[in-house]
Design a protein around this ligand. Structure first.
Ligand code: PHE
Length: 364
C-alpha cells in the first residue's frame, strides 16, 4: 500500500524548518517530484492494477506537493526582498535617554566658575544643629532675626550645647564648619547645598539650593567681595551684566549688602523699547520715560541675586578665628533663582522645576 500521505507529512515537516532557503527548496523539489524522486519511484514500483487504483491519488499528491513548494518559494522571495531593501530615508528608532536635572547643570557650572579662581567646593550637612545655623552666626535664641529663616525642626534628641536638629534653612552654617575644619586662614570656599524653608508658592519651594562664597585671610575687604561677585556674574550671565551692592542687614555680616544684577530682559534700563518711544516729541511735556513700557520682570532695571557682607567679628570668634588679625566676607545666593534669570526661562511657577514632569525636563 502506497503512502502518499506520509510523503506530504514529511515534506511539510521539512518546509517548516527555519533554515530553509531557496536552494534547499530546489533540492526538496528533486527529492519528491524528480524523475527519480520519492513519489515517482514508489509509483513505478507497484503493479499495473494497483497503479490504476491509486492513479488519482498519485496525481493529487503531486499537485499538492507542487503547491506547497510554490507557496513556500513565494514566501521566501518576499522575505528576502524585505531583507535586502533598506530605506535610508526612514527616520531611525530613538532610544530613550536620560539627562541631568537643570539644577544639577547649574550647580556644576557654578562650581567650575569658582574653582577657576581657587575656591574649594564643599557640601555641608542639610540636617544641621540649630547652633551652627543661628547662635554661631550671631543670632542668639529669641533673636527676631531667626524668624527670617523659618525652619523645619527634626524630631531628634536635643544637644545641650548645639540645640535642636533642623533642616538647614541656609548655607551659612557651612561658614562655621569650614572655619573649624581649616582652622588657619587663608580660606576660600564655595558651599553648594540644599536648603529648606516651609514655603510653597509660585516663587518658593520648601527645598531649594544656595551657593555660599566665603573667604577669610589677612586684609580682606569689600572690594574683594565685589570683585568676586562681579567675576561670577560676567562668567555665568555674560559680559553685559553689571552688579551692585545695596546696603542691607544681616546679623552675621557687618556691613551687609544685597547683591543686585542688571535685568537681562530690559538690559538694566527698567523699560522695554516701544515704537512710540522712538523719535523726539517736540514741544511735549512728557518726561523721557513716560511713554515707554515698564519691564515686567524687574520693574527697575535690577534683579535681586542674594545677600552678602563682611563676616561679623562674633562669627569669626565662633569659628576660633581672631578678628584682630583676619577679616573675611561671605555671600549666599539661590541656585534656582539665579539659573532662571540666566536662561531667561519664563517660568511662571518655580515649582515646575520639581514637579517631576518629564515633559518639562525633556525640553532642555
Ligand atoms: N544666608 C543668607 C540668606 O539665606 C544670605 C547671606 C549669606 C547673607 C552670606 C550674607 C552673607 O538669606
Amino acid at each position: 500500500m502506497l503512502s502518499f500521505r506520509a510523503f506530504l507529512a514529511e515534506l511539510k515537516e521539512e518546509l517548516s524548518s527555519p533554515e530553509l532557503d531557496l536552494s534547499t527548496l530546489d533540492r526538496l523539489r528533486a527529492k519528491y517530484l524528480g524523475r527519480n524522486g520519492l513519489v515517482n519511484k514508489s509509483f513505478d514500483s507497484i503493479s499495473p492494477d494497483e497503479k490504476k487504483a491509486v492513479g488519482p491519488e498519485f496525481n493529487q499528491t503531486k499537485k499538492h506537493i507542487e503547491d506547497l513548494l510554490e507557496d513556500k518559494r513565494l514566501r521566501l522571495l518576499e522575505q528576502s526582498d524585505t531583507a535586502e531593501f533598506f530605506d535610508v530615508t526612514r527616520s531611525g528608532t530613538s532610544f530613550p535617554k536620560g539627562s541631568l536635572h537643570l539644577v544639577t547643570y547649574a550647580v556644576e557650572e557654578i562650581t567650575k566658575i569658582f574653582e577657576r579662581i581657587g575656591f574649594i567646593r564643599m557640601s555641608y550637612p542639610e540636617v544641621e544643629w540649630e547652633y551652627n545655623d543661628f547662635e554661631a552666626l550671631n543670632m542668639p535664641k529669641g533673636h527676631p532675626a531667626r524668624d527670617d529663616f523659618e525652619t523645619f525642626f527634626v524630631e531628634a534628641e536635643e544637644d545641650p550645647q548645639l540645640g535642636k536638629m533642623i533642616l538647614s534653612p541656609h548655607t551659612s552654617s557651612g561658614q562655621i564648619r569650614e572655619m573649624l575644619r581649616v582652622k588657619t586662614p587663608p580660606m576660600r570656599m564655595i558651599n553648594i547645598a540644599k536648603c529648606y524653608r516651609p514655603n510653597w508658592d509660585v516663587s518658593h519651594v520648601p527645598m531649594f539650593h544656595q551657593f555660599e562664597g566665603f573667604v577669610i585671610d589677612k586684609d580682606i575687604n569689600i572690594t574683594h567681595l565685589k570683585g568676586t561677585i562681579n567675576y561670577f556674574a560676567k562668567e555665568f550671565f555674560g559680559e553685559k551684566r553689571e552688579i551692585r551692592l545695596r546696603p542691607y542687614h544681616f546679623q552675621f555680616t557687618e556691613p551687609s549688602f544685597e547683591v543686585d544684577i542688571t535685568c537681562g530682559v530690559c538690559g538694566g534700563t527698567g523699560f522695554l523699547s516701544s515704537p512710540s518711544s522712538r523719535g523726539s516729541q517736540k514741544g511735549s511735556h512728557l518726561g523721557e520715560n513716560d511713554n515707554k513700557i515698564k519691564c515686567k520682570l524687574c520693574k527697575s532695571g535690577w534683579l535681586e541675586l542674594g545677600g552678602s557682607g563682611m563676616i561679623h567679628p562674633n562669627v569669626l570668634r565662633a569659628g576660633s578665628i581672631d578678628p584682630a588679625v583676619y577679616s573675611g566676607w561671605a555671600f549666599g545666593i539661590g541656585v534656582e533663582r539665579t539659573f532662571m534669570m540666566k536662561e531667561g526661562l519664563k517660568l511662571d511657577d518655580i515649582r515646575t522645576l520639581y514637579s517631576g514632569d518629564i515633559r518639562f525636563l525633556q525640553q532642555f
